[in-house]
Design a protein around this ligand. Structure first.
Ligand code: BES
Ligand code: MN
Ligand code: ZN
Length: 492
């Protein structure tokens, strides 16, 4: 089960009473259903907006309580300037409307007859993503906290067209909510085998799922990934998802995710404060799973592969030691000088395997890879590293369009010097200076000619405060970005 608000579209008739939200612009007097409700209330809505000096700024709300005619709660939601009203604004309007409705009950109607069916669908997307909660482990509601909306009706002049526009967006929303669910799960509930089970559910969408267990990975020479996994009682997995919606035989696009279900740091153990957040160190893998669910859910006309390396980084009598040397699937050896730089070890094997087996059109990996990227970019943008200007531009542009923003970082050859080991081909740490760049440089050693990009999502995947791209908690970062990049540049 995925945590997600139910959406229905209905005819643009005036709801009789209850809670409604009306997206509207200022200036001209109300039209459509806004006018009908306003008239039924003897002009109370216009008077309320005036009395509150409400300027209909985008996503700002004016709540009118019990104005008469059986209404409990009428929320005016600003649409901002007509010439700036686009999908992004509509999503923000949906977030605000759903939030204002939830404050008064568990059901509501958004009166969206003033919007095109396409924009009404984006209002729905905002409402769904803005209403997300992860409450599986709450046995009692918290005092003072309002219950989330259970269902939302969107009244529109063309329900069939809105529903058609919503269908692919609903698939993306499900992918985002699936990603958020996975990231929110505590690490005792989601170790690699449980993660594998959650991925197997994608078969219902037509995704082919293949699982490599410890023996299979040993056979393939995944020494770097297995070295990380050896300190945990939880067995590691590499899971391969395939969606074939494109032309037969066409090379797939590929997504690779870091899935460290808990990162204690290993023998190079992390400090206690904040270590709990390392249950989210599988957010890259979750974004890949969410993206595959989105692509399959909307039957994208593309061949896509998702590969995730799932391990737990723990301490034990058998844990990997600082100074150990491991042999990667690519054949290169790595001196593990810090067991907390484990993500790059996992990705080294999985990246190499993915490009070697699938020869993809491009390969994008997502990973909560370094604390240094949080220092550099904070929680608003993810770091982008790429060997391809074209792929980097496609990702950056889509980031601006979806709000899941990126910032490109350098990959000069000179950074590689910091990764030379005294006794092996590479060492897994390059020191504090440019920590995110040397990490990316390490990954690049396991990619051959294929266009590749690495997204360091350590700062954006999970936050303790709301950001411009998501409410606090798990953001689902990457799903909207990658789904949209595929639909814009690589589909059909
Ligand atoms: N999972 C962490 C990175 C991380 C930090 C993710 C903060 C999310 C929030 C990664 O495995 C790690 O421990 N990186 C080390 C690398 C260092 C030992 C070279 C780091 O960033 O400190
Ligand atoms: Mn680590
Ligand atoms: Zn990690």
């Amino acid at each position: 089960m995925i945590h997600m608000l139910d959406i229905a579209f209905s005819d643009a008739t005036v709801p009789s009473g209850g809670a409604i939200a009306i997206p509207a612009t200022s200036g001209t007097s109300p039209t459509g259903l806004f006018a009908t409700v306003n008239t039924a209330l003897d002009g109370a809505l216009e008077r309320a907006a005036k009395a509150a000096s409400f300027d209909f700024e985008a996503a700002k709300t004016c709540v009118v309580l019990a104005p008469g005619a059986g209404y409990d709660r009428v929320v005016l939601v600003g649409l901002g300037r007509a010439d700036e009203l686009d999908a992004t604004v509509a999503e923000k309007v949906g977030v605000a409307a759903a939030k204002a409705l939830a404050a008064g009950g568990t059901t509501g109607v958004i009166v969206a007859d003033a919007l095109t069916p396409e924009l009404a669908a984006h209002v729905a997307l905002g409402a769904v993503l803005g209403s997300y909660r992860f409450d599986s482990y709450r046995t009692q509601p918290r005092k003072g906290e309002t219950a989330p909306l259970a269902s939302l009706d969107i009244a529109t002049s063309d329900p069939a067209a809105a529903q058609a526009a919503w269908a692919p967006l609903a698939a993306v929303a499900r992918g985002v909510c699936l990603c958020r669910d996975l990231v929110s799960e505590p690490a005792n509930m989601l170790r690699p085998p449980e993660f594998e089970q959650r991925i197997l559910a994608l078969r219902d969408l037509g995704v082919t799922v293949e699982v490599l267990d410890r023996d299979a990975m040993a056979e393939l020479g995944f020494g770097a990934l297995l070295g990380v996994a050896q300190g945990s009682d939880a067995p590691p997995r590499t899971v391969i998802m395939r969606w074939n919606g494109g032309a037969e035989g066409e090379a797939p696009v590929a997504f690779v995710g870091k899935g460290v279900t808990f990162d204690s740091g290993g023998i190079s153990i992390k400090p206690a404060a904040g270590m709990d957040e390392m249950k989210t160190d599988m957010a890259g893998a979750a974004a890949v799973v969410g993206t595959m669910a989105a692509l399959a859910g909307r039957k994208a006309k593309v061949n896509a592969v998702g590969v995730v390396g799932l391990v737990e980084n723990m301490l034990s009598g058998n844990a990997q030691r600082p100074g150990d040397v491991v042999r990667t699937a690519a054949g290169q050896t790595v001196e593990v000088l810090n067991t907390d730089a484990e993500g790059r070890l996992v990705l080294a094997d999985v990246l190499w395997y993915t490009q070697d087996r699938f020869s993809p059109r491009f390969m994008v990996d997502l990973a909560t890879l370094t604390g240094a990227i949080v220092v550099g970019l904070g929680h608003e943008r993810a770091g982008l590293f790429s060997n391809s200007d074209e792929l980097a531009a496609n990702l950056s542009g889509t980031g601006e369009a979806t709000g899941e923003k990126l910032w490109r970082m350098p990959l000069d050859a000179a950074y590689l010097e910091r990764l030379r080991s005294d006794i092996a081909d590479l060492k897994n740490i390059g020191g504090r200076p440019g920590g995110s760049i040397t990490a990316a440089k390490f990954l690049e050693c396991f990619v051959n000619e294929v266009p590749w990009a690495h997204l360091d999502i350590a700062g954006v995947a999970f936050t303790t405060k709301a950001t411009s791209h998501a409410p606090k908690g798990a953001s689902g970062f990457g799903v909207r970005l990658l789904d949209r990049m595929v639909s814009t540049y690589y589909e059909g």
